[in-house]
Ligand binder design. Structure first.
Ligand SMILES: Nc1ncnc2c1ncn2[C@@H]1O[C@H](COP(=O)(O)OP(=O)(O)OP(=O)(O)O)[C@@H](O)[C@H]1O
Length: 536
Protein backbone atom coordinates (compact mmCIF):
# COMPACT_ATOMS: atom_id res chain seq x y z
CA UNK A 1 0.00 0.00 0.00
CA UNK A 2 1.69 3.26 -1.08
CA UNK A 3 2.17 5.85 1.61
CA UNK A 4 -0.52 8.50 2.01
CA UNK A 5 0.71 11.59 3.85
CA UNK A 6 -1.70 13.89 5.67
CA UNK A 7 -4.42 11.63 4.34
CA UNK A 8 -4.00 13.42 1.02
CA UNK A 9 -0.59 13.11 -0.66
CA UNK A 10 0.13 9.82 -2.36
CA UNK A 11 3.87 9.20 -2.35
CA UNK A 12 5.14 8.07 -5.75
CA UNK A 13 8.82 7.84 -4.99
CA UNK A 14 11.55 9.01 -2.67
CA UNK A 15 13.69 11.71 -4.26
CA UNK A 16 16.28 11.99 -1.53
CA UNK A 17 16.92 11.25 2.10
CA UNK A 18 19.27 12.45 4.77
CA UNK A 19 19.67 13.64 8.31
CA UNK A 20 16.73 16.04 8.18
CA UNK A 21 14.30 13.54 6.72
CA UNK A 22 13.19 12.48 3.28
CA UNK A 23 12.03 14.20 0.14
CA UNK A 24 9.20 12.61 -1.81
CA UNK A 25 7.56 13.02 -5.16
CA UNK A 26 3.84 12.72 -4.52
CA UNK A 27 0.41 13.22 -6.06
CA UNK A 28 -2.18 15.42 -4.49
CA UNK A 29 -5.24 13.18 -4.33
CA UNK A 30 -7.48 16.10 -3.47
CA UNK A 31 -6.82 17.98 -6.69
CA UNK A 32 -8.77 16.99 -9.79
CA UNK A 33 -5.57 16.77 -11.80
CA UNK A 34 -3.84 14.85 -8.99
CA UNK A 35 -1.13 17.39 -9.50
CA UNK A 36 2.34 16.31 -8.62
CA UNK A 37 4.21 17.88 -5.77
CA UNK A 38 7.42 17.53 -3.82
CA UNK A 39 7.07 16.82 -0.12
CA UNK A 40 9.96 17.61 2.11
CA UNK A 41 9.95 15.92 5.49
CA UNK A 42 11.88 17.53 8.31
CA UNK A 43 12.56 15.96 11.68
CA UNK A 44 13.55 18.10 14.69
CA UNK A 45 17.04 17.13 15.77
CA UNK A 46 16.25 17.24 19.47
CA UNK A 47 13.32 15.19 20.61
CA UNK A 48 11.58 16.84 23.52
CA UNK A 49 8.22 18.59 23.93
CA UNK A 50 9.72 22.02 24.61
CA UNK A 51 11.76 21.90 21.42
CA UNK A 52 8.84 20.54 19.50
CA UNK A 53 6.71 23.51 20.40
CA UNK A 54 9.42 26.00 19.49
CA UNK A 55 10.20 24.27 16.22
CA UNK A 56 6.50 24.25 15.47
CA UNK A 57 6.27 28.04 15.84
CA UNK A 58 9.41 28.63 13.83
CA UNK A 59 8.39 26.14 11.20
CA UNK A 60 5.13 28.05 10.70
CA UNK A 61 7.04 31.27 10.28
CA UNK A 62 9.54 29.78 7.85
CA UNK A 63 6.69 28.25 5.89
CA UNK A 64 5.12 31.71 5.66
CA UNK A 65 8.40 33.05 4.29
CA UNK A 66 8.66 30.23 1.77
CA UNK A 67 5.10 30.91 0.70
CA UNK A 68 5.92 34.55 0.17
CA UNK A 69 9.12 33.76 -1.70
CA UNK A 70 7.40 31.24 -3.96
CA UNK A 71 4.61 33.68 -4.70
CA UNK A 72 7.01 36.51 -5.41
CA UNK A 73 9.30 34.77 -7.87
CA UNK A 74 8.53 32.33 -10.62
CA UNK A 75 12.02 30.90 -10.13
CA UNK A 76 11.30 29.61 -6.64
CA UNK A 77 8.94 26.63 -6.19
CA UNK A 78 5.56 27.58 -4.79
CA UNK A 79 4.65 26.39 -1.34
CA UNK A 80 1.32 24.60 -1.63
CA UNK A 81 0.90 23.57 1.98
CA UNK A 82 2.61 22.55 5.16
CA UNK A 83 1.53 20.14 7.82
CA UNK A 84 2.63 18.24 10.87
CA UNK A 85 2.18 14.51 11.14
CA UNK A 86 3.46 12.07 13.74
CA UNK A 87 5.89 14.58 15.19
CA UNK A 88 7.38 15.43 11.82
CA UNK A 89 7.11 18.54 9.75
CA UNK A 90 6.27 18.56 6.07
CA UNK A 91 6.42 21.15 3.30
CA UNK A 92 4.45 20.55 0.13
CA UNK A 93 6.02 22.31 -2.81
CA UNK A 94 5.54 22.79 -6.51
CA UNK A 95 7.20 20.03 -8.51
CA UNK A 96 9.59 21.48 -11.07
CA UNK A 97 10.26 19.31 -14.05
CA UNK A 98 13.88 19.83 -14.78
CA UNK A 99 17.42 18.86 -14.12
CA UNK A 100 19.80 20.01 -11.40
CA UNK A 101 22.99 21.71 -12.54
CA UNK A 102 24.90 18.69 -11.26
CA UNK A 103 22.84 16.36 -13.43
CA UNK A 104 23.25 18.68 -16.39
CA UNK A 105 27.03 18.72 -16.12
CA UNK A 106 27.14 14.97 -15.62
CA UNK A 107 25.03 14.38 -18.70
CA UNK A 108 26.08 17.14 -21.05
CA UNK A 109 29.58 18.07 -19.95
CA UNK A 110 31.04 21.45 -19.09
CA UNK A 111 29.23 24.68 -19.85
CA UNK A 112 30.52 27.56 -21.91
CA UNK A 113 31.20 30.97 -20.40
CA UNK A 114 28.15 32.44 -22.09
CA UNK A 115 25.88 29.67 -20.79
CA UNK A 116 27.16 30.16 -17.26
CA UNK A 117 26.78 33.93 -17.55
CA UNK A 118 23.22 33.44 -18.72
CA UNK A 119 22.44 31.31 -15.67
CA UNK A 120 24.00 33.89 -13.36
CA UNK A 121 22.15 36.75 -14.98
CA UNK A 122 18.92 34.83 -14.57
CA UNK A 123 19.47 33.66 -10.98
CA UNK A 124 21.03 36.81 -9.46
CA UNK A 125 17.76 38.79 -9.51
CA UNK A 126 16.13 35.85 -7.72
CA UNK A 127 18.85 35.97 -5.11
CA UNK A 128 18.49 39.72 -4.83
CA UNK A 129 14.78 39.22 -4.25
CA UNK A 130 15.40 36.55 -1.60
CA UNK A 131 17.90 38.82 0.15
CA UNK A 132 15.51 41.75 0.00
CA UNK A 133 13.22 39.63 2.16
CA UNK A 134 15.98 39.22 4.70
CA UNK A 135 16.62 35.59 3.84
CA UNK A 136 20.01 34.02 3.25
CA UNK A 137 19.55 30.85 1.20
CA UNK A 138 22.54 29.20 2.91
CA UNK A 139 22.93 26.23 0.60
CA UNK A 140 23.48 27.36 -2.96
CA UNK A 141 25.22 24.63 -4.91
CA UNK A 142 24.79 22.83 -8.23
CA UNK A 143 22.37 20.34 -6.60
CA UNK A 144 20.07 23.12 -5.46
CA UNK A 145 19.56 24.88 -8.77
CA UNK A 146 17.21 23.17 -11.18
CA UNK A 147 17.04 24.08 -14.85
CA UNK A 148 13.36 23.94 -15.72
CA UNK A 149 12.60 22.01 -18.90
CA UNK A 150 9.71 24.26 -19.82
CA UNK A 151 11.69 27.48 -20.25
CA UNK A 152 15.32 26.71 -19.43
CA UNK A 153 15.24 29.04 -16.42
CA UNK A 154 17.22 28.28 -13.28
CA UNK A 155 15.06 27.58 -10.22
CA UNK A 156 16.35 27.97 -6.69
CA UNK A 157 15.36 25.13 -4.36
CA UNK A 158 16.03 23.86 -0.88
CA UNK A 159 16.27 26.91 1.37
CA UNK A 160 18.46 26.21 4.36
CA UNK A 161 16.66 28.44 6.86
CA UNK A 162 13.93 25.87 7.38
CA UNK A 163 16.48 23.22 8.19
CA UNK A 164 18.13 25.60 10.59
CA UNK A 165 14.78 25.95 12.30
CA UNK A 166 14.52 22.22 12.59
CA UNK A 167 17.90 22.35 14.27
CA UNK A 168 16.51 24.31 17.20
CA UNK A 169 17.71 22.91 20.48
CA UNK A 170 17.20 23.91 24.07
CA UNK A 171 20.36 24.33 26.08
CA UNK A 172 20.67 22.92 29.61
CA UNK A 173 20.00 26.44 30.95
CA UNK A 174 16.66 26.44 29.17
CA UNK A 175 17.46 28.89 26.39
CA UNK A 176 16.53 27.96 22.89
CA UNK A 177 19.00 28.37 20.12
CA UNK A 178 19.44 27.48 16.52
CA UNK A 179 22.46 25.38 17.13
CA UNK A 180 23.37 24.28 13.67
CA UNK A 181 24.98 25.72 10.63
CA UNK A 182 23.46 24.68 7.35
CA UNK A 183 25.57 24.53 4.26
CA UNK A 184 27.75 22.37 2.11
CA UNK A 185 31.48 21.97 2.71
CA UNK A 186 33.44 23.53 -0.07
CA UNK A 187 30.58 25.84 -1.08
CA UNK A 188 30.29 27.53 2.29
CA UNK A 189 32.33 30.66 3.10
CA UNK A 190 34.07 30.92 6.44
CA UNK A 191 31.62 33.39 7.97
CA UNK A 192 28.81 30.93 7.33
CA UNK A 193 30.88 28.11 8.70
CA UNK A 194 31.29 30.23 11.80
CA UNK A 195 27.53 30.43 12.18
CA UNK A 196 27.09 33.88 10.65
CA UNK A 197 25.58 33.50 7.22
CA UNK A 198 25.32 36.81 5.39
CA UNK A 199 23.72 37.76 2.13
CA UNK A 200 27.22 37.76 0.65
CA UNK A 201 27.61 34.12 1.75
CA UNK A 202 25.19 33.18 -1.01
CA UNK A 203 27.31 35.11 -3.51
CA UNK A 204 30.32 33.05 -2.52
CA UNK A 205 28.41 29.80 -2.99
CA UNK A 206 27.02 30.98 -6.31
CA UNK A 207 30.51 31.92 -7.50
CA UNK A 208 31.74 28.42 -6.72
CA UNK A 209 28.68 26.94 -8.39
CA UNK A 210 29.55 28.87 -11.56
CA UNK A 211 33.14 27.65 -11.34
CA UNK A 212 31.84 24.10 -11.07
CA UNK A 213 29.84 24.59 -14.26
CA UNK A 214 32.95 25.79 -16.08
CA UNK A 215 35.39 23.24 -14.67
CA UNK A 216 33.29 20.25 -13.64
CA UNK A 217 35.22 20.31 -10.38
CA UNK A 218 34.02 20.61 -6.84
CA UNK A 219 35.86 23.27 -4.84
CA UNK A 220 37.69 20.62 -2.81
CA UNK A 221 39.04 19.01 -5.95
CA UNK A 222 41.02 22.11 -6.89
CA UNK A 223 44.14 23.34 -5.21
CA UNK A 224 44.67 26.63 -3.46
CA UNK A 225 47.54 29.07 -3.73
CA UNK A 226 49.70 28.43 -0.66
CA UNK A 227 50.56 32.12 -0.37
CA UNK A 228 47.14 33.70 -0.80
CA UNK A 229 44.77 30.80 -0.24
CA UNK A 230 43.14 31.63 -3.59
CA UNK A 231 41.34 28.81 -5.32
CA UNK A 232 43.32 27.69 -8.37
CA UNK A 233 40.50 27.08 -10.79
CA UNK A 234 41.61 28.92 -13.94
CA UNK A 235 43.80 26.07 -15.13
CA UNK A 236 40.62 23.98 -15.52
CA UNK A 237 38.82 26.66 -17.51
CA UNK A 238 41.42 28.17 -19.79
CA UNK A 239 38.89 29.62 -22.22
CA UNK A 240 37.25 31.84 -19.68
CA UNK A 241 37.83 35.53 -20.42
CA UNK A 242 39.80 37.52 -17.83
CA UNK A 243 36.88 39.82 -17.13
CA UNK A 244 34.49 36.96 -16.35
CA UNK A 245 37.17 35.23 -14.28
CA UNK A 246 37.59 38.47 -12.34
CA UNK A 247 33.85 38.59 -11.63
CA UNK A 248 33.92 35.04 -10.31
CA UNK A 249 37.04 35.71 -8.28
CA UNK A 250 35.39 38.69 -6.70
CA UNK A 251 32.36 36.53 -5.88
CA UNK A 252 34.53 34.01 -4.04
CA UNK A 253 36.65 36.48 -2.12
CA UNK A 254 37.13 35.64 1.50
CA UNK A 255 36.85 39.23 2.56
CA UNK A 256 33.39 40.66 3.07
CA UNK A 257 34.55 43.70 5.00
CA UNK A 258 33.82 46.45 2.61
CA UNK A 259 35.46 49.35 4.35
CA UNK A 260 38.37 47.48 5.84
CA UNK A 261 39.62 46.04 2.58
CA UNK A 262 40.47 47.64 -0.72
CA UNK A 263 37.40 47.18 -2.94
CA UNK A 264 39.22 44.82 -5.25
CA UNK A 265 39.87 42.47 -2.36
CA UNK A 266 36.32 42.35 -1.07
CA UNK A 267 33.53 40.07 -2.17
CA UNK A 268 30.52 41.55 -3.97
CA UNK A 269 28.36 42.96 -1.24
CA UNK A 270 25.09 42.16 -2.94
CA UNK A 271 23.60 40.06 -5.70
CA UNK A 272 22.69 43.26 -7.45
CA UNK A 273 26.27 44.50 -7.46
CA UNK A 274 27.42 41.24 -9.01
CA UNK A 275 24.62 41.38 -11.57
CA UNK A 276 25.47 44.94 -12.55
CA UNK A 277 29.13 44.08 -12.95
CA UNK A 278 28.26 41.08 -15.08
CA UNK A 279 25.90 43.05 -17.25
CA UNK A 280 28.32 45.93 -17.69
CA UNK A 281 30.87 43.48 -19.04
CA UNK A 282 33.66 45.26 -17.19
CA UNK A 283 36.12 43.51 -14.96
CA UNK A 284 35.53 44.42 -11.32
CA UNK A 285 39.27 44.84 -10.92
CA UNK A 286 42.36 44.04 -12.98
CA UNK A 287 42.48 40.27 -13.18
CA UNK A 288 46.12 40.20 -12.19
CA UNK A 289 45.31 41.80 -8.86
CA UNK A 290 45.98 39.44 -5.98
CA UNK A 291 42.97 38.39 -3.98
CA UNK A 292 42.54 36.58 -0.75
CA UNK A 293 40.70 33.37 -0.13
CA UNK A 294 39.43 31.84 3.03
CA UNK A 295 42.13 29.84 4.71
CA UNK A 296 39.37 27.44 5.76
CA UNK A 297 38.99 26.45 2.12
CA UNK A 298 42.05 24.35 2.65
CA UNK A 299 40.68 22.70 5.78
CA UNK A 300 38.48 20.12 4.14
CA UNK A 301 41.18 18.86 1.85
CA UNK A 302 39.80 15.34 2.14
CA UNK A 303 37.55 14.03 -0.58
CA UNK A 304 34.40 15.65 0.64
CA UNK A 305 30.94 14.80 -0.55
CA UNK A 306 28.89 17.75 -1.67
CA UNK A 307 26.18 16.94 0.83
CA UNK A 308 24.49 19.52 2.92
CA UNK A 309 25.65 19.16 6.47
CA UNK A 310 24.65 20.82 9.64
CA UNK A 311 27.36 21.54 12.11
CA UNK A 312 27.18 23.13 15.48
CA UNK A 313 29.50 26.03 16.05
CA UNK A 314 28.37 26.62 19.56
CA UNK A 315 27.59 23.25 20.97
CA UNK A 316 30.24 20.77 20.12
CA UNK A 317 28.53 17.84 21.79
CA UNK A 318 25.62 18.23 19.42
CA UNK A 319 25.64 15.35 17.02
CA UNK A 320 26.32 16.68 13.55
CA UNK A 321 23.60 15.94 11.12
CA UNK A 322 24.34 15.08 7.58
CA UNK A 323 21.97 15.07 4.71
CA UNK A 324 22.71 13.19 1.59
CA UNK A 325 22.56 14.89 -1.74
CA UNK A 326 20.07 14.02 -4.36
CA UNK A 327 22.83 12.47 -6.39
CA UNK A 328 22.54 9.43 -4.22
CA UNK A 329 26.01 9.62 -2.68
CA UNK A 330 25.33 9.35 1.01
CA UNK A 331 28.71 9.80 2.62
CA UNK A 332 27.08 10.22 6.01
CA UNK A 333 30.03 8.90 7.96
CA UNK A 334 32.56 10.94 6.05
CA UNK A 335 30.30 13.95 6.22
CA UNK A 336 30.07 13.56 9.96
CA UNK A 337 33.83 13.35 10.31
CA UNK A 338 34.23 16.47 8.25
CA UNK A 339 31.45 18.16 10.13
CA UNK A 340 33.32 17.28 13.30
CA UNK A 341 36.48 18.82 11.88
CA UNK A 342 34.54 21.88 10.88
CA UNK A 343 33.05 22.24 14.32
CA UNK A 344 36.48 23.01 15.73
CA UNK A 345 37.14 25.57 13.04
CA UNK A 346 33.68 27.00 13.45
CA UNK A 347 34.02 27.40 17.17
CA UNK A 348 37.26 29.31 16.80
CA UNK A 349 36.02 31.55 14.03
CA UNK A 350 32.66 31.93 15.73
CA UNK A 351 34.22 33.18 18.91
CA UNK A 352 36.61 35.38 17.02
CA UNK A 353 33.77 37.00 15.16
CA UNK A 354 31.35 37.58 17.95
CA UNK A 355 30.09 36.45 21.29
CA UNK A 356 26.50 36.66 20.15
CA UNK A 357 24.45 33.67 19.07
CA UNK A 358 23.90 33.67 15.37
CA UNK A 359 21.34 36.29 14.63
CA UNK A 360 18.74 35.60 12.03
CA UNK A 361 19.26 38.11 9.28
CA UNK A 362 16.08 40.05 9.05
CA UNK A 363 15.67 42.75 6.47
CA UNK A 364 12.34 44.10 5.47
CA UNK A 365 13.12 45.90 2.28
CA UNK A 366 11.52 45.16 -1.02
CA UNK A 367 13.95 44.76 -3.85
CA UNK A 368 15.09 48.32 -4.34
CA UNK A 369 15.06 49.43 -7.91
CA UNK A 370 17.19 52.49 -7.65
CA UNK A 371 20.85 52.12 -8.40
CA UNK A 372 21.60 55.77 -8.07
CA UNK A 373 24.29 57.07 -5.79
CA UNK A 374 23.03 58.27 -2.45
CA UNK A 375 22.86 62.00 -1.81
CA UNK A 376 26.24 63.14 -0.64
CA UNK A 377 24.79 64.82 2.43
CA UNK A 378 27.07 65.27 5.36
CA UNK A 379 25.94 63.84 8.67
CA UNK A 380 25.50 67.21 10.33
CA UNK A 381 23.15 68.53 7.71
CA UNK A 382 20.75 65.61 7.98
CA UNK A 383 19.12 64.59 11.20
CA UNK A 384 19.36 60.96 10.23
CA UNK A 385 23.10 61.17 9.92
CA UNK A 386 23.44 61.50 13.64
CA UNK A 387 21.77 58.19 13.96
CA UNK A 388 24.04 55.17 14.20
CA UNK A 389 21.80 52.98 12.18
CA UNK A 390 20.74 55.08 9.33
CA UNK A 391 21.63 55.96 5.82
CA UNK A 392 20.70 58.72 3.50
CA UNK A 393 17.48 57.87 1.78
CA UNK A 394 17.78 57.94 -1.96
CA UNK A 395 15.22 60.25 -3.43
CA UNK A 396 14.58 57.91 -6.29
CA UNK A 397 13.84 55.00 -4.07
CA UNK A 398 10.30 53.67 -4.25
CA UNK A 399 8.57 53.31 -0.92
CA UNK A 400 9.16 49.81 0.30
CA UNK A 401 5.96 47.97 1.01
CA UNK A 402 5.14 46.31 4.23
CA UNK A 403 5.57 42.58 4.02
CA UNK A 404 4.61 39.73 6.23
CA UNK A 405 8.17 39.80 7.46
CA UNK A 406 8.02 43.39 8.55
CA UNK A 407 6.08 42.62 11.65
CA UNK A 408 8.08 40.73 14.18
CA UNK A 409 6.31 37.50 14.94
CA UNK A 410 5.40 36.94 18.56
CA UNK A 411 8.18 34.49 18.91
CA UNK A 412 10.97 36.79 17.81
CA UNK A 413 9.43 40.07 18.72
CA UNK A 414 11.42 42.07 21.14
CA UNK A 415 8.55 42.69 23.54
CA UNK A 416 8.03 39.00 24.05
CA UNK A 417 11.71 38.30 24.24
CA UNK A 418 12.04 40.88 26.93
CA UNK A 419 9.32 39.26 28.98
CA UNK A 420 11.45 36.18 29.27
CA UNK A 421 13.73 36.11 32.21
CA UNK A 422 17.10 37.09 30.87
CA UNK A 423 20.24 35.69 32.37
CA UNK A 424 21.48 38.20 34.88
CA UNK A 425 25.04 37.00 34.86
CA UNK A 426 27.57 37.44 32.08
CA UNK A 427 25.50 40.11 30.41
CA UNK A 428 27.44 42.48 28.23
CA UNK A 429 27.01 45.93 29.72
CA UNK A 430 24.98 48.35 27.58
CA UNK A 431 28.01 50.63 27.23
CA UNK A 432 30.18 47.76 26.12
CA UNK A 433 27.53 46.74 23.62
CA UNK A 434 27.48 50.22 22.07
CA UNK A 435 31.26 50.32 21.86
CA UNK A 436 31.24 46.87 20.32
CA UNK A 437 28.57 47.98 17.85
CA UNK A 438 30.83 50.69 16.46
CA UNK A 439 33.94 48.52 16.61
CA UNK A 440 32.10 45.97 14.48
CA UNK A 441 31.02 48.69 12.08
CA UNK A 442 34.61 49.83 11.80
CA UNK A 443 35.52 46.30 10.84
CA UNK A 444 32.99 46.46 8.04
CA UNK A 445 30.80 43.71 9.51
CA UNK A 446 27.60 45.47 8.52
CA UNK A 447 25.47 42.37 8.31
CA UNK A 448 26.31 41.65 11.89
CA UNK A 449 25.58 45.16 13.14
CA UNK A 450 22.38 45.28 11.11
CA UNK A 451 21.28 42.27 13.10
CA UNK A 452 21.82 44.25 16.29
CA UNK A 453 18.89 46.43 15.28
CA UNK A 454 15.46 45.36 16.47
CA UNK A 455 13.20 44.38 13.55
CA UNK A 456 10.98 47.40 14.18
CA UNK A 457 14.01 49.67 13.93
CA UNK A 458 15.29 47.92 10.82
CA UNK A 459 11.95 48.50 9.18
CA UNK A 460 11.90 52.20 10.00
CA UNK A 461 11.32 53.43 6.47
CA UNK A 462 12.41 56.94 7.13
CA UNK A 463 15.82 55.78 8.25
CA UNK A 464 16.16 52.69 6.10
CA UNK A 465 13.99 53.20 3.03
CA UNK A 466 15.73 50.33 1.30
CA UNK A 467 16.31 48.29 4.44
CA UNK A 468 19.72 46.76 4.68
CA UNK A 469 20.85 48.29 1.41
CA UNK A 470 20.33 51.79 2.84
CA UNK A 471 22.28 50.78 5.90
CA UNK A 472 25.31 49.56 3.98
CA UNK A 473 25.08 52.49 1.58
CA UNK A 474 25.63 54.73 4.55
CA UNK A 475 28.18 52.78 6.52
CA UNK A 476 30.06 51.21 3.64
CA UNK A 477 29.66 54.08 1.20
CA UNK A 478 30.07 57.26 3.19
CA UNK A 479 31.53 56.68 6.60
CA UNK A 480 35.20 55.86 6.81
CA UNK A 481 35.29 55.27 10.53
CA UNK A 482 33.51 56.12 13.74
CA UNK A 483 35.39 57.13 16.83
CA UNK A 484 33.60 56.62 20.11
CA UNK A 485 34.66 59.39 22.47
CA UNK A 486 32.45 58.57 25.43
CA UNK A 487 29.63 56.19 26.28
CA UNK A 488 27.48 56.80 29.33
CA UNK A 489 24.61 54.91 30.84
CA UNK A 490 21.58 57.16 31.23
CA UNK A 491 19.16 54.67 32.71
CA UNK A 492 18.34 50.98 33.10
CA UNK A 493 15.27 48.81 33.60
CA UNK A 494 15.24 45.07 34.07
CA UNK A 495 15.38 44.48 30.32
CA UNK A 496 16.10 47.92 28.97
CA UNK A 497 18.87 50.48 28.98
CA UNK A 498 19.40 53.98 27.67
CA UNK A 499 22.89 54.91 26.66
CA UNK A 500 24.41 58.09 25.31
CA UNK A 501 27.35 57.90 22.93
CA UNK A 502 29.53 60.81 21.91
CA UNK A 503 30.77 60.03 18.45
CA UNK A 504 33.04 61.37 15.78
CA UNK A 505 32.32 60.31 12.21
CA UNK A 506 35.30 60.38 9.88
CA UNK A 507 33.61 60.67 6.53
CA UNK A 508 34.96 59.32 3.27
CA UNK A 509 34.88 62.84 1.86
CA UNK A 510 37.43 63.84 4.50
CA UNK A 511 35.07 65.69 6.82
CA UNK A 512 34.90 64.98 10.53
CA UNK A 513 31.52 65.33 12.20
CA UNK A 514 30.76 65.11 15.92
CA UNK A 515 27.48 63.66 17.10
CA UNK A 516 25.64 62.69 20.24
CA UNK A 517 23.32 59.68 20.04
CA UNK A 518 20.91 58.29 22.62
CA UNK A 519 20.30 54.59 22.27
CA UNK A 520 17.30 52.69 23.59
CA UNK A 521 18.41 49.12 24.11
CA UNK A 522 16.38 46.03 24.82
CA UNK A 523 17.62 42.75 26.15
CA UNK A 524 16.81 39.94 23.75
CA UNK A 525 16.67 36.72 25.70
CA UNK A 526 16.64 34.55 22.62
CA UNK A 527 19.99 35.77 21.37
CA UNK A 528 21.24 36.64 24.87
CA UNK A 529 22.28 40.06 23.72
CA UNK A 530 21.22 43.67 23.49
CA UNK A 531 19.36 44.98 20.50
CA UNK A 532 18.92 48.58 19.44
CA UNK A 533 15.26 49.52 19.59
CA UNK A 534 15.82 53.17 18.78
CA UNK A 535 18.55 55.76 18.41
CA UNK A 536 18.11 59.51 18.37
N1 LIG B 1 10.58 21.50 -6.06
C1 LIG B 1 11.23 20.51 -6.63
N2 LIG B 1 10.90 20.10 -7.85
C2 LIG B 1 11.55 19.06 -8.44
N3 LIG B 1 12.55 18.39 -7.86
C3 LIG B 1 12.92 18.75 -6.63
C4 LIG B 1 12.29 19.83 -5.96
N4 LIG B 1 12.87 19.96 -4.74
C5 LIG B 1 13.82 19.02 -4.67
N5 LIG B 1 13.86 18.29 -5.81
C6 LIG B 1 14.76 17.18 -6.12
O1 LIG B 1 14.59 16.19 -5.15
C7 LIG B 1 15.84 15.59 -4.84
C8 LIG B 1 16.05 15.64 -3.35
O2 LIG B 1 15.95 16.98 -3.00
P1 LIG B 1 16.38 17.66 -1.68
O3 LIG B 1 17.35 18.73 -2.05
O4 LIG B 1 15.18 18.10 -0.98
O5 LIG B 1 17.02 16.53 -0.87
P2 LIG B 1 18.49 16.29 -0.63
O6 LIG B 1 19.30 16.49 -1.85
O7 LIG B 1 18.50 14.96 -0.01
O8 LIG B 1 18.74 17.48 0.41
P3 LIG B 1 19.90 18.53 0.54
O9 LIG B 1 20.15 19.19 -0.78
O10 LIG B 1 19.28 19.45 1.50
O11 LIG B 1 21.08 17.80 1.07
C9 LIG B 1 16.89 16.33 -5.62
O12 LIG B 1 17.22 15.62 -6.78
C10 LIG B 1 16.22 17.59 -5.99
O13 LIG B 1 16.69 18.10 -7.19
Amino acid sequence: MPMLLNNRYQVIQTLGSGGFGETFLAEDTQMPSRRRCVIKQLKPIQDNPQVYQLVQQRFRREAAILEELGDGSEQIPKLYAYFLEKGQFYLVQEYIQGQTLTQKIQQQGLMSESAVKEILISILPVLDYVHSKGIVHRDIKPDNILIRYADGKPILIDFGAVKETIGTVVTPSGNSTRSIVIGTPGFMPSEQLAGRPMFASDIYSLGLTAIYLLTGKMPQEMGTDPATGALLWRQYALNVTPSFAAVLNKAIQFNVRVSAAPPQEARFISAREMLQTLQSGAAPFPPTMPYSQPPVATVPSLQIPENTVAVSPSNSNQTPVNQSSGSGQKGILLGSIIAGALIGTSVIIGFALSNRQQPQPIAQQQTPQSTSEPNPVEPKSEPQANNPAISEPSQQTPEPQETVLSEPTPETSIPQATQTTAPQVDRTSPEEFVRNYYATINQGEYQQTWNYLAPSFQSNKRLHPQGYLSYIDWWGGRVQQVEVDRVSLLGTGTQTATVNAQLKYLMKNGKVVSSSVNFSLLWDAESSGWVIADAK
